[in-house]
Design a protein around this ligand. Structure first.
Ligand code: HDD
Length: 701
């Protein structure tokens, strides 16, 4: 057949096979599989449709073409209505401290046991193809494949939520997503409808403080906390309940980017967070979190200033310490993104015996929504048959049929009780029994009285931040509200902020140039202004203890000092820091020892926003070559503006001046590296992540 004739040709340094139509293939290795249709029919030609003659019309009888295009046409499934953009990885959970005294859940009782896990991180508002570093909450959804069934902790990187009652979820999501008429903005809360809804819903105030903080622009999934958000219950075999809040604490400490960086990262690398997780795991640098629990009883719940059923409130760690009971390690990327990350179906209703729900009205609404949405998204009730969703423990039931049924009951009796086959039976002892909570009240749509306090914890969050963090919150409000077109909405937000912190409200009003400060919104309950600072709420106070897992961007040119470069590589390896060489060409640079050192990036594609700190190691000639390269100047100017630590050799100084960083700008965030340079000292300084004092000089409006 004409279509299958092949000849061998040389392409670059490779020998390849070329078909008559010009497409080239690697030379087939012996025993390589033959391409087939989905029915297993071997394919002779995958390049050309069947036609009536070489120039003739295509023939409908081409079954291979029809099957291929039909399948392609059906490749997409509905994206998640929220959390559409996400990234998942496999790993395990290992219990280090038993909770057997408060729960019958085996996964929380057997110390040392490793339970397989799958985690999906996500942004909330953006579509699947949006960018990673949006200002947004991050989803932190964990599926634990326990011996007693799948347990999903479907949480976020922020411990509180926008709303108190699931009834408001569709409104809140409609408001934050693209506006209904114009279909934009994408993956942003900085627009009228979001702030309109938020400013008319004072219960959002606490969450607004969090999403205007740097928590909403994490440096990486690896550097953020996770929270189960709601109060759940742990229950013993005897039916005794203890309330619990779940926390995931990152081993690497917390770290965020700054807003101007986020804006630029999204252009330079929209997959910044995905790439980070992929790189870390494929390099064997497995990210890890500790599972922490806050345990408390009814007596605490009754005395607490807030309702523990209200998901807009948290329990300060200083009041109920977080007990660390296990570790979650992510050590394997998926084999196929669609099969696993896209098809994974988290459901808050997936719990195990010994874990139970509370009457939190947000949680109870979620328990309906997740199952429902998977049916739509994954096409039917058998989404649990997809390998990523199937339990890893034995499971038996009489549910049958439906689209794509993969696990089908065997035998005659597909029901119980039955006397015909010895099928699965219920177990009053092993089975899940709901916590027996007495029901007291008459049917109502009211909320608990304490739910009406919307400002006290918002204030507590704000006063717990360091000065740079407070400035970032203020700047974020000003940025977002400056994108809001309706002045009344801007004023309404300020009227709520007056109940949080008067100075903050004034600064935001000033940043927006409001002519007069509006009146404070009347609080539905008096604001408790005596809540003490909670250091656990600050990122900077809980930052890294080392520079491990972070990335250095090193500007090199021909003539870069080979000894300095190898000293830097060694110091970075000792600290566990990744190094990426940024050069005029990706092929690399010739260092002083005459060797060609390959680069990781060409300067035009590697702005310094992609790195946690930078090192400028050009030769004098190399620096002169870059003098008129705008991206090289931006590299330095941005590193300076983003308060990064900068190490440099004296040869870099003219280029630094050209970038607007002269001798009078050199602060303690700079380190000059001389012959035999001390990179270890520089990397120790980098543990502080940024030289925050500089920000006051670089961001003045
Ligand atoms: Fe939700 C997805 C987290 C409230 C309805 N939610 C979803 C995901 C996360 C969260 C992490 C993505 C899971 C994945 O990676 O597949 N959601 C939360 C948290 C909430 C919350 C922490 C408040 C504490 N969610 C919430 C409410 C409702 C939903 C109140 C509806 C009443 N959420 C959904 C959903 C999604 C979802 C529509 C979309 C895709 C999916 O479930 O699988 O059912």
């Amino acid at each position: 057949m004409a279509g299958s004739k092949r000849e061998t040709v040389k392409l670059g340094d490779e020998i390849v096979e070329r078909g008559p139509q010009g497409a080239t293939h690697q030379v087939a290795s012996p025993g390589a599989p033959v391409l087939t249709t989905q029915q297993g029919l071997p394919v002779s030609d995958d390049q050309n449709t069947q036609k009536a003659g070489p120039r003739g019309p295509a023939l409908l009888q081409d079954l291979h073409f029809r099957e291929k295009i039909f399948h392609f046409d059906h490749e997409r499934i509905p994206e998640r209505v929220v959390h559409a953009r996400g990234y998942g990885a496999h790993g395990y959970f290992e219990l280090t401290d038993s909770l057997a005294d408060v729960t019958r859940a085996k996964v929380l009782s057997e110390v040392g046991k490793k339970t397989p896990a799958f985690v999906r991180f996500s942004t909330v508002a953006g579509s699947q193809g949006s960018f990673d570093v949006a200002r947004d909450v991050r989803g932190f959804a964990v599926k634990l494949y326990t011996d007693e069934g799948n347990w999903d902790i479907v949480g976020n990187n922020i411990p509180v939520f926008f709303i108190q009652d699931a009834m408001k979820f569709p409104d809140m999501v409609h408001a934050v997503k693209q506006e209904a008429d114009r279909g934009f903005p994408q993956a942003q809360s900085a627009h009228d409808t979001f702030w309109d809804f938020a400013s008319l819903s004072p219960e959002t105030t606490h969450m607004l403080m969090w999403i205007m903080s740097d928590r909403a622009i994490p440096r990486s999934f690896r550097f953020m906390e996770g929270f189960g958000v709601h109060s759940f219950r742990l229950v013993t075999a005897e039916g005794k309940s203890t309330y619990v809040k779940f926390h995931w604490k990152p081993k690497l400490g917390m770290q965020s980017v700054v807003w101007n960086e986020a804006v630029k990262i999204n252009g330079a690398d929209p997959d910044f967070h995905r790439r980070d997780l992929w790189t870390a795991i494929t390099n064997g640098d497995f990210p890890e979190w500790e599972l922490g629990v806050q345990l408390f009883d009814d007596e605490f719940a009754d005395k607490f200033d807030f309702d523990i059923l209200d998901a807009t409130k948290l329990i300060p760690e200083e009041l109920v310490p977080v007990r660390r009971i296990g570790r979650l390690v992510l050590d394997r990327m998926v084999d196929n993104f669609f099969a696993e990350t896209e098809q994974v179906a988290f459901c808050t209703q997936n719990i195990v015996p010994g874990v139970d729900f509370t009457n939190d009205p947000l949680l109870q609404g979620r328990n309906f929504s997740y199952l429902d949405t998977q049916t739509k998204r994954l096409g039917g009730p058998n989404f649990t048959h997809i390998p990523i969703n199937a339990p890893k423990c034995p499971f038996h039931n009489f549910q049958q049929d439906g689209h794509m049924a993969m696990h089908n009951p065997k035998g005659r009796a597909n029901y119980e009780p039955s006397s015909l086959d010895r099928g699965p039976r219920e177990s009053p002892t092993a089975g899940y029994t709901p916590f027996q909570e007495p029901l007291r009240d008459a049917t109502t749509r009211e909320r608990g009285a304490l739910f009406a306090d919307h400002y006290s914890q918002a204030r507590q969050f704000y006063i717990s931040q360091t000065e740079p963090e407070q400035t970032h919150i203020k700047n974020a409000f000003v940025f977002e509200l400056s994108k809001v077109e309706v002045p009344a909405i801007r004023e309404r937000v300020v009227s709520h902020l007056l109940n949080v912190d008067e100075m903050l409200a004034q600064q935001v009003a000033q940043g927006l140039r409001l002519e007069k400060i509006p009146q404070a919104a009347p609080p539905a309950r008096p604001v408790v202004s005596t809540l003490p600072e909670s250091p656990a709420l600050s990122i900077i106070k809980n930052g890294p203890k080392s520079f491990a897992g972070r990335k250095l961007g090193v500007l090199v040119t021909d003539g870069t000092d080979a000894t300095l470069l190898s000293g830097l590589m060694k110091a970075a390896a000792d600290e566990g820091t990744l190094v990426e060489l940024v050069a005029p060409a990706v092929g690399g640079v010739k260092t002083t020892d005459g060797k060609l050192v390959p680069a990781g990036q060409k300067i035009v594609g590697a702005p310094s926003v992609l790195y946690d700190a930078v090192v400028l190691l050009p030769s004098a000639d190399g620096a002169a070559l870059l003098n008129d390269e705008a991206t090289a100047r931006d590299f330095i100017a941005d590193a300076f503006a983003h308060a990064k630590f900068i190490a440099y050799v004296k040869e870099a100084r003219p280029l630094m001046e050209r970038a607007g960083v002269g001798p009078s700008d050199m602060d303690a965030g700079f380190a000059e590296i001389r012959a035999g340079g001390d990179f270890a000292g520089f990397l120790t300084t980098c543990r502080d992540v940024r030289f925050w004092d500089r920000e006051k000089r670089t961001h003045t409006v």
